[in-house]
Design a protein around this ligand. Sequence first.
Ligand SMILES: [Zn+2]
Length: 247
Amino acid sequence: MERTAALVIRLVPWSEASYVVELFTRRFGKVEAVAKGARRAKNAFDTAMELLAVSDVVLLRKRSDALDVVAEAKLEFRFRPPGAALPNLYAAYYVAEMLHVLTEPEDAQPSLFDAAVAVLRQWRRREINPWMVFRWETAALKLLGVHPSLTHCVECGTAVVPRGRVAFGPVHGGVLCPGCRRGKRPLVTLSAPTWKAWLALAREPLQKLTSPRPLEFGSSGELRAVMNQYLAHLRGSPWRMHPLLPR
Ligand SMILES: [Zn+2]
């Protein structure tokens, strides 16, 4: 038996009464476990195994290919958007989607877990804006070691000087200098203020993760579009929640 804090990121029906829950746990990373009886209206977990619940769980850990079993789960809080606001709900689903797609099973990422819980706590209280989602994304990408290079050309390492628009190669993993951008496909360009905004977000310390403050420069719509392209490349396919995120 192992105890850990966990966020429920996916529910897959397993039998008439039970779910396989995908948990992003603080101690073990992403884990799949059977929550027996969780599909019944009245069950031992109450609401602790619902989607976007943060719970204290006790897992019966199995070796080899067998699934873990949720032995106990006690709800800490369950994400509910303020005033049933859909943008907040979609952003919260997006946190779950990112953890599902970008983390490996059994790869513990306690800082990423804490970041996810911190933003969900905030997003259930406060109307969301695009910058709050960008802060989560840049923090998650940095913690996972897959944040794109914004300051130096990914091909030759030259520091990028923003004159006019900055070229960004979603497939290449970051910005490209004028010399290296020639012939590269696909390529998108960012206005200098939007590039600066992304850089400012990427340089913010983790303690500012839950700052609700919009940046006063850069276009959130432009950044959303480039972020979507970069993440679609990382995943190898489009994201369900990207069209639903605030711009
Ligand atoms: Zn270059």
